[in-house]
Design a binder for this molecule. Structure first.
Ligand SMILES: [Zn+2]
Length: 326
């Protein structure tokens, strides 16, 4: 009997990554495209096109299509309701894909998909309680409790990036809210946080001078990290303050969900584990009420959401870890 295959898609703010793979999470073929902006229709046709491309016209062995998407979902409709980074609203992904390919399609948050992958083939293999936290352009998570990933009424039971970590609400999040975690320490947040901290910094730093008075509009997180590696005292301060916020937010996750392991992915964390993941692991025992979990970089790397999307396309995986979706 031919091996069962499925298609997984990881839809981020800028890129769509697609994979054809098997039930063990092995990727046999992959493809990457820049997200088509504009209308939902244009975006849906791009998604359909990339699925066709990766299957090469042969759908015989393909059991289903799994999607991990960044943004707010309506999981029952299988739609992407709002993607702040890709500027998309109300995209009926599930209906469009099922109508085109006559295979079941599942839409999950990208970090929830990553948690599925982590539990099945990653660092959480065999564990019923784990969390995946993605620190990239934004901050997201996927939470597995007692063997199932949490979904919530609309499929958004894990939007940790919008947890309020600053009661003064000093910085505004991309979603419009004030004091949200990702506004401070995500790839898009760190420059804003650095600009805010620069006002109170009196030491010698070229970076701080650039940012003062709302300057340095084009400065990106990677430049702040590279200044920190280079020994700039202000950049080091920003990264330390960010790590302390991350550690507190992780402590909240630990106290709410009691995971055995937290794996960390996302571009910013994967590129800078010594400045993002390690300090959190060190600080957690001091901040947690619950017994602290192991904290580590995901062994699945940037493929974690993609592999999870692929796995969730298989009915056998869904019935075990996402029985809510059948
Ligand atoms: Zn927010």
């Amino acid at each position: 009997m031919a091996m069962k295959r499925a298609v997984g898609l990881d839809i981020g703010g800028s890129w769509i990554r697609a994979a054809l793979g098997d039930q063990e999470g092995r990727i046999l073929k992959r493809s990457v495209r820049r997200v088509a902006r504009g209308s939902p229709d244009r975006f849906v046709s791009q998604v359909i096109c990339i699925i066709k491309e990766i299957c090469g016209g042969d759908f015989g062995e393909v059991e289903g299509i799994g999607i991990g998407a960044a943004g707010r979902l309506d999981i029952r409709k299988g739609s992407l309701e709002f993607s702040p980074h890709a500027s998309l609203k109300s995209v009926p992904l599930k209906d469009a894909i099922e109508a085109e390919f006559r295979r079941p399609a599942v839409v999950l948050n990208d970090c929830v998909a990553a948690a599925v992958a982590e539990g099945a083939v990653g660092a959480g293999r065999g564990m019923g309680n784990l969390a995946y936290v993605g620190i990239g352009t934004g901050i997201g998570s996927g939470i597995m409790v007692d063997g199932r990933v949490l979904l919530g009424k609309d499929g958004n039971a894990h939007e940790v990036g919008h947890m309020i970590i600053d009661l003064e609400g000093r910085l505004r999040c991309n979603c419009g809210g004030l004091g949200h975690w990702e506004a401070y320490t995500s790839g898009s947040g760190i420059p804003k946080f650095a600009r805010y901290l620069s006002e109170g910094f009196s030491g010698v730093s070229r970076l701080a001078e650039t940012l003062k008075g709302g300057g340095g509009e084009r400065i990106e997180a990677k430049e702040i990290f590279s200044a920190a590696y280079g020994g700039d005292p202000f950049a080091k301060l920003v990264i330390e303050r960010a790590a302390e916020i991350n550690a507190k937010a992780f402590a909240n996750i630990v106290n709410m969900y009691d995971p055995e392991t937290i794996t960390v992915g996302g571009g910013l964390a994967l590129k800078n584990p010594s400045l993002t993941v390690d300090p959190v692991a060190q600080a957690l025992p001091r901040l947690c009420f619950n017994a602290p979990p192991r904290v580590m970089t995901t062994p699945l790397g940037e493929d974690a959401p993609l592999v999870g999307a692929l796995l969730s396309a298989f009915g056998s995986v869904r019935s075990k870890v996402i029985p809510q979706l059948g």
